[in-house]
Design a protein around this ligand. Structure first.
Ligand code: IMP
Length: 199
């Protein structure tokens, strides 16, 4: 190709293949896009089986679970509705708040519904334990949790995960909705951040 050196072509091919910019601190891929998609189908299959004939309402926890929710709900084969909540888990600090709070509550009535919370990752467990408490107070018929990732060894609060995508080691991960400083949510795979933030 006249005017274009070979390194540029290789670099551009890498950019296209990975979705990364040169200099991004995204490290090794932990879970590939294909592995995620296969697991999402399995989770949707189990949920479709368990919620047949029920009144399923998916509660997607913004922002991290948005991409997971979008793939999951499209693979669920039983009638379901969706709503969205947002939680403040960390405030301005790097340590989780003892009592995370809603920055956006659900719009629909939760009473007597079969609620399935859709979360990106369960880390210490504070956020999901608190969210369960807040939602349970609205008297749903049933309440369960589906999380894409479980960082089990970091758990501080017991928080059951009825539908779990992957148990992962203790590392800060990004991609498929998960961010670091609002970056990397768009990556179709889960990667370990090269420089691990304190968390
Ligand atoms: P918790 O410690 O279980 O309360 O997790 C709170 C929130 O921290 C999660 O919903 C994520 O938004 C965020 N989080 C925890 N670990 C990671 C990670 O490895 N990558 C990106 N976000 C994370």
């Amino acid at each position: 190709m006249p005017g274009v050196d070979r390194l540029s072509v290789v670099g551009f091919a890498f950019f296209i293949a990975t979705g990364c910019r040169v200099g991004d601190p995204v490290g090794r891929t932990l879970i590939t896009a294909d592995e995620i998609q296969a697991r999402v189908l399995e989770l949707a299959e189990a949920i479709s089986h368990d919620y047949a004939g029920r009144d399923l309402l998916l509660i997607c926890v913004l922002k991290g679970a948005a991409i997971f929710w979008a793939d999951l709900c499209r693979a669920i084969r039983v009638p379901c509705q969706s709503d969205f909540v947002a939680m403040e888990s960390y405030g301005d600090a790097s340590a989780p708040l003892e009592e995370p709070r809603f920055t956006k509550a659900a719009d629909v009535t939760l009473a007597n519904r079969d609620i399935l919370i859709v979360e990106d990752i369960i880390d210490t467990g504070h956020t999901s334990a608190c969210l369960r408490g807040l939602l349970r107070a609205q008297s749903p018929r049933s309440l369960a949790l589906c999380a894409l990732l479980d960082k089990a060894e970091r758990r501080q609060v017991n928080s059951p995960i009825e539908y779990c995508g992957f148990v992962i080691p203790n590392a800060f991960v990004v991609g498929y909705g998960l961010d670091f400083a609002q970056q990397y949510r768009h990556l179709p795979f889960i990667a370990v951040l090269e420089t691990q933030p304190e968390h």
